[in-house]
Design a protein around this ligand. Structure first.
Ligand code: BDR
Ligand code: CA
Length: 313
């Protein structure tokens, strides 16, 4: 089978970084057409810096990094330095990037790439707020039918929320953008907190990354060392949840995951529950199914895949 063509839309973030590294490690299965950055965990200049640091860490300066939207469609930006640190990629000491930022705006890159490639051959992988994707769909509605699938990290049902009691960060930051994407009619697969909170780094799993002894293995171990303190304190969990790598692992080994094809709506009005993903998991409405909402993961299989693939870099 030819490699699946993807665009990763991202706001690195330690877990975004691991997701990107996993995709970069598997060129026979995944062809990255470009990395598009968005404001999210930290402001856009830092997410764009961090995306380039990750490419350089993997020795892949040939991958285009396109800077995108610096704020949500209609709201002030909310960031998550309390989780990811001041730079968004706190933990390992990595050199400042020297590779260039691609001259094109991320939204233009997404639109032009989708128009150029044969219909139904490009998958979008959003790992942050959905601002770039929604802007592209608004600007060029014709691209909708050209997208093979959107596999995104965002939302929650049983886990409810992490940035507010009822909202997950990526959806909360730009609920209007999420609403556009979920109403687009495009095939969507969602990795919510319900599954990502099961993809937990334990000490043994992190030791396995470190034991790779490579710059990538050591950097990933140091990223999760930093990233885990937040979730350990908040949830009492064993370690960092690797949210975003669930997206790229799903592309490589979908059988590790299971979920339901259901209706998912985004709350955009209520102050109390803004950004909530109202997921009809139990099928209690007659609202049309619009997304495959993943609920479970074979966590051991996921970490085995991740460690084996990171070893290649
Ligand atoms: C999501 O928000 C960010 O902090 C992470 O990178 C992930 O994409 C988890 O809620
Ligand atoms: Ca992210």
């Amino acid at each position: 089978m030819p490699a699946r063509k993807i665009i990763i839309d991202t706001d690195p973030g330690q877990d975004d970084a691991v997701a990107i590294l996993l995709a970069l490690s598997s060129p026979e299965q995944i062809e990255i057409l470009g990395l598009t950055t968005v404001a999210g965990n930290v402001p856009l200049d830092l997410t764009t810096r961090n995306a380039r640091i990750v490419c350089e860490l993997a020795g892949r300066t040939d991958v285009g990094v396109y800077a995108g939207c610096d704020r949500p469609l209609g709201r002030d930006l909310v960031t998550a330095e309390h989780v990811h640190g001041k730079t968004g990629l706190d933990g390992p000491k990595l050199p400042e990037p020297t590779m260039e930022i691609a001259p094109e705006h991320a939204v233009d890159f997404i639109v032009e790439t989708l128009r150029k490639e044969p219909a139904g051959t490009v998958t979008l992988c959003p790992l942050g707020p959905l601002t770039n994707i929604a802007t592209a769909l608004q600007k060029a509605p014709d691209i909708g039918e050209k997208i093979q699938e959107i596999v995104l990290m965002g939302g929650a049902y049983f886990e409810v929320g992490n940035i507010t009691p009822t909202a997950e960060f990526n959806i909360y930051v730009d609920p209007e953008a999420a609403d556009i994407v979920f109403k687009s009619g495009i095939k969507i697969t969602v990795m919510p907190l319900d599954v990502t909170h099961k993809a937990l780094v334990t000490k043994e799993r992190n030791d396995a990354f470190r034991a790779l002894g490579t710059p990538v293995g050591v950097a990933v171990a140091e990223m999760t060392d930093f990233f885990e303190r937040f979730d350990k304190e908040k949830y009492g969990s064993t370690g960092a949840p690797l949210h975003d790598p669930c997206v790229t692992a799903y592309l490589l080994q979908p059988e590790l995951f299971s979920g339901r094809h259901i209706n998912v709506e985004i709350e955009t009005v209520s102050e109390l529950t803004l950004g909530m993903t109202v997921a009809d998991w139990w099928g209690v409405t007659d609202r049309k199914a619009n997304a495959t909402f993943i609920g479970d993961i074979d966590a051991d299989g996921f970490f085995a895949l991740l460690t084996e693939r990171l070893a290649r870099l």
